[in-house]
Design a binder for this molecule. Structure first.
Ligand code: ZN
Ligand code: ZN
Length: 649
């Protein structure tokens, strides 16, 4: 018998070789129907895999990542099985689960292409195979044997994958006539996969390397119930409408040009206004929290990034050199601002009394991304970080952390992100050697982060082993209006750069000490943040932020003078207004203004001109009736001021 510790900490005895599914059945039948995988002493197992030793287990259902990923990953296998049946000779790359479903990279073979129009046929085959309820059978064999098998089959991708694996035993999974090299875990059988949809086909370089062959990547998503799939597909439809690339074009916020180069966004006047307003807002909040703005160049000497370690880490290919052949100097485009800020810190001797030093910069950086990876503003090659670095003493770490959390809260509140998740990443307590910095410092800083989040009333999940080698961190993920998760603010402690740049301060003991560095960028980058904001609000920005707050719509030419008068009055009151003087029907003008997501529409005709009134329509709420012009101005100003006040509270 073996002793199994259940999630509620109770211990039960089971015969050796018991499976997660057996255990679930012994607890309740309804649980057994819902459970998808089992975590055994920290490792995720198939539900049908034997457990042969005393263990602590977690039964993973759809609501846990480990359950969901077993489901999606098994769906990738089911899709591959269908592909093999439909495309004889197809070669398989990798087929992982991802954040929102699964994909498989395949090589259909010479002259064969798979396009979106082939997806329904693949889905039908999958349905047929799922109905067979074929069990996933795990088998292990020595690496050598596995290599022989795939070499014989001429499966060059699997051979490459095997060669990258360490020697030892390799696991395979078979269901129906299909076998795949895989670590698992999988569902008990294919019949679990009741509802699925193949979403799209894209090109993807083998192993993500553009020097390799381009394979065909097929994306899909699956659910235990049809209703869940229907809801998900409705969400995807809505997401399409909210795609920031589409809204950005419709609202004339930003553009890309192939002549300038892909991945290099250009902000149009309205987008630039929006961005400037966000920057001003953040600058003000940061000023109130003791930050000082600095400005550094877009390039730096190669040596700078060699010193910082970025050059070795990201490799030559990540950097774009700019050289002055005559003088033999070599510069690189700046991929991050931190090294420059370290040099600013060193500009003069610092004493313990000078700390913390909080240096902020809207710093534009350039990073190489493969063209296939580029995606509007969320994945660009040039972007501006709302970056800042805090240099502080160890005893100040907790307070500084708390202050950064405060700033992130202000931003979330101002932009209506109500739902977010917080994760603390700490070092792996069993592998302390791989981290830089003293044991004492790590203990202190980890404690500081945990305490700071607790004091702020945040429920953070703690992930061991997820810290960077140079320090622990705190991550914020927001959930947008469609329930999608976006990684936004990160607060990162760093013991490495102060060491590499030999940063110092003189302590009260008159000795030299190393400051601790904190990296933080609440927006991440202006580009990414604006993209998330567009998709979250569907382009309906809060009144204080939106580029155009009010539009005046004259009914006829006769009232153009009055409309101009209204415009001037609004402008004098710092309300961002415009006028639609086109010779169009009023219904058309209203529709167009609503498409532009302008919050207030003022319709003016002869009656309004006579009485100095405006007929007010609010975006999304319709007709609000007639208002005295002066009253409207006061009302709009108050609403904007109240929003700004609420933010700074
Ligand atoms: Zn697998
Ligand atoms: Zn940094």
């Amino acid at each position: 018998m073996i002793r199994i510790t259940l999630p509620d900490n109770s211990v039960r005895e089971y015969p050796e070789g018991v499976t997660g599914l057996d255990i679930a059945k012994s607890l309740s039948n309804s649980l057994a129907k819902e459970v998808l995988s089992v975590t055994v002493n920290g490792e995720v197992y198939d539900l049908t895999r034997s457990i042969n030793e005393d263990a602590e287990i977690i039964l993973n259902k759809w609501d846990s990542e480990d359950g969901m990923h077993a489901f999606w990953h098994s769906s990738a296998h089911l899709m591959a099985e269908a592909l093999e049946a439909l495309y004889p000779g197809i070669k398989l790359g990798i087929g992982p689960s991802i954040d929102n479903g699964f994909y498989y990279d395949v090589d259909p073979g010479e002259g064969v292409t798979i396009t979106d129009s082939d997806l329904p046929a693949i889905e039908n085959k999958m349905k047929e195979l799922a109905q067979q309820q074929n069990t996933f059978v795990r088998k292990v064999m020595p690496k050598k044997e596995a290599l022989e098998h795939y070499t014989r089959k001429g499966d060059q991708y699997k051979v490459e994958l095997l060669n990258d694996l360490e020697d030892g035993t390799i696991s395979f999974y078979t269901h129906g006539n299909f076998t795949d090299l895989c670590r698992g875990p999988h569902l008990p059988h294919t019949g679990y996969i009741k509802a699925f949809k193949l979403l799209s086909v894209a090109g993807a370089y083998w192993k993500g390397d553009e020097r390799n062959k381009q394979l065909t990547r097929i994306y899909g998503v699956s659910f235990p119930k049809q209703k869940m799939l229907d809801e998900h597909l409705a969400m995807l439809e809505e997401a399409k409408k909210r795609d920031h690339r589409k809204i950005g074009r419709d609202l004339e916020l930003f553009t890309f040009s192939h002549v300038v180069g892909s991945g290099l966004p250009m902000w149009l006047p309205k987008g630039a206004q929006l961005r400037e307003r966000l920057e001003e807002f953040l600058k003000k909040v940061q000023r109130e929290h003791g930050y000082e703005q600095v400005i550094t160049p877009h390039i730096g000497q190669k040596e700078l990034y060699v010193t910082s370690g970025h050059y070795a880490k990201y490799g030559e290919a990540s950097f774009r050199p700019i050289s002055t052949p005559a003088e033999g100097e070599e510069f690189l485009l700046k991929p991050m601002n931190c090294p420059h800020h370290c040099e600013i810190y060193k500009f003069k001797p610092r004493s313990y009394k000078d700390l913390p030093v909080r240096m902020a910069e809207f710093g534009t950086v350039y990073r190489y991304e493969q063209s296939g990876e580029l995606h509007g503003l969320t994945r660009a090659r040039g972007f501006t970080q709302d970056d800042a670095h805090i240099f502080c003493r160890p005893d100040q770490l907790k307070e500084e952390f708390t202050k950064v959390i405060d700033i992130i809260f202000v931003i979330f509140k101002a932009l209506d992100f109500k739902d977010f998740i917080v994760q603390i990443s700490l070092r792996d307590p069993h592998d302390k050697e791989k981290y830089i910095g003293s044991d004492e410092n790590w203990e202190k800083s980890e404690k500081a982060i945990i305490e700071a989040t607790r004091e702020k009333g945040l429920e953070a999940s703690i992930e061991y082993g997820e810290a960077a080698f140079y320090g622990p961190k705190l991550d914020f993920m927001v959930k947008d209006a469609l329930g999608r998760k976006w990684q936004l603010g990160t607060i990162q402690v760093d013991y490495n750069l102060p060491e590499r740049f030999d940063l110092e301060y003189t302590g009260s003991d008159n000795q030299k000490h190393r400051p601790i560095m904190i990296h933080r960028a609440p927006f991440g980058s202006m580009e990414r943040f604006v993209a998330v904001l567009i998709e979250h609000t569907a382009g309906k920005f809060p009144l204080w932020l939106t580029p155009e707050q009010v539009v005046i719509l004259p009914i006829s030419e006769k009232v153009h003078n009055y409309a101009e008068k209204v415009l001037n009055l609004l402008k004098n009151c710092d309300i961002r207004a415009l006028i639609d003087l086109r010779n169009e029907k009023i219904g058309r003008k209203i529709r167009d203004s609503e498409l532009k997501r302008i919050p207030y529409l003022l319709v003016v005709g002869e009656k309004e001109a006579e009485n100095s009134t405006v007929s007010v329509r609010k975006q999304g709420e319709g007709d609000k009736g007639s208002m005295n012009l002066q009253d409207f101005v006061k009302f709009a100003k108050q609403e904007i001021e109240k929003q700004l006040e609420d933010i700074s509270k």
